[in-house]
Design a protein around this ligand. Structure first.
Ligand code: FES
Length: 87
């Protein structure tokens, strides 16, 4: 876990705190809209593009398909400052 790292989305920079638990929680707390459904790594609805930085899946690799350069925001955490884009 990387408490205090930044998540950049477009012009917005959000600081990740451990209490956010996932990148999805962190973006929601900052009123950044991300699609989601299962919130558990199964459906792929929360797929976003990781443009810079690294993330980790603390509960293991998710079951949903994740393409090259994509992450599932509902079940990963940043391990460095990251930059993402949301379609
Ligand atoms: S919301 Fe279903 S995989 Fe993230």
């Amino acid at each position: 876990m990387a408490n205090g790292v930044n998540i950049q989305v477009g012009d917005i920079t959000v600081t990740y705190l451990e209490s956010h638990q996932t990148i999805l929680n962190c973006l929601e707390a900052a009123n950044v809209e991300v699609h989601f459904h299962c919130r558990d790594g199964f459906c792929g609805a929360c797929r976003i593009t990781l443009e810079e930085g690294q993330v980790a899946y603390p509960h293991g690799e998710p079951l949903a398909f994740v393409g090259e350069g994509e992450i599932l925001a509902c079940c990963c955490q940043p391990v460095s400052d990251i930059r993402v884009s949301i379609d």
